[in-house]
Design a protein around this ligand. Structure first.
Ligand SMILES: CC(C)(COP(=O)(O)OP(=O)(O)OC[C@H]1O[C@@H](n2cnc3c(N)ncnc32)[C@H](O)[C@@H]1OP(=O)(O)O)[C@@H](O)C(=O)NCCC(=O)NCCS
Length: 195
């Protein structure tokens, strides 16, 4: 058993249940498959995406994606890590709810080609809405590097509030980077207007 599993808190007993399929206005969010490895590898080999994430090394290869997918598809994790797909099942990103030491954590990324169309606000809102239906008393943590204005905007639009600031290591940048921490509870969630 690895340290991450040992660290998981009593919230494990209050699991939101199996990773669902969620349909939003323009997207289908579904559990991952091993076959998503190529799409993930292409998206995360882009430094502009990876530099905003803490645990994505550069260069990033298909094997890195497969290592992650094997864990996600094992059925052993309480987490939801949903593939963001367009109607034709093209994998364009990930939005996940992970149970970490502090509690539930929202994380996400999108292939650079799909930025600035409101997709992440739509995807994250849909996941939070479903998550809070199953876990109405949960506090969801998130955050972003201080230079990630797009992500901080996504969180502001959804209703997250800033609670702390510090530094978090970025594997892609290979250094500590100023970081802003945020939280949201069910009653604070703003659902985006249909586009
Ligand atoms: C962060 C990310 C997920 C945003 O996805 P997206 O689908 O483009 O986000 P949305 O279009 O829903 O919303 C982005 C908002 O930020 C704004 N924005 C985008 N770039 C910006 C910038 N450089 N400065 C300020 N605002 C910016 C957009 O205008 C939009 O706000 P608006 O709706 O008020 O106009 C995407 O940029 C990404 O994957 N980045 C790399 C990985 C990453 O940062 N993951 C999150 C780690 S915390």
């Amino acid at each position: 058993m690895n340290a991450a599993v040992v660290e998981r808190t009593a919230e494990t007993r209050l699991s939101p249940g199996p990773c669902p399929v969620i349909r939003s206005q323009r997207l289908i969010l579904r559990p991952h498959r091993l076959a998503d490895a190529d799409a993930i590898a292409v998206s995360l080999a882009d430094f502009k995406v990876a530099r905003m994430l803490s645990r994505v090394p550069q260069p990033y290869h298909r094997d890195d994606a497969l290592d992650w997918l094997v864990r996600q598809t094992s059925g052993l994790m309480p987490d939801w890590n949903l593939a963001i797909t367009t109607g034709d099942d093209i994998h364009i990103g990930v939005v996940g709810m992970e149970l970490r030491r502090k509690g539930w954590h929202l994380g996400y990324w999108l292939n650079r080609y799909y930025w600035d169309h409101g997709y992440m606000t739509e995807a994250a809102a849909a996941v939070l809405e479903r998550f809070f239906r199953r876990m109405p008393d949960a506090t969801v943590h998130s955050g972003a590097y201080a230079d990630n204005l797009a992500s901080l905007n996504v969180q502001r639009k959804l209703g997250f509030r800033i609670v702390d600031a510090g530094e978090v290591f970025s594997m892609a940048r290979n250094r500590m980077v100023p970081h802003i921490e945020t939280i949201i509870e069910a009653g604070d969630l703003n659902l985006p207007k249909p586009r």
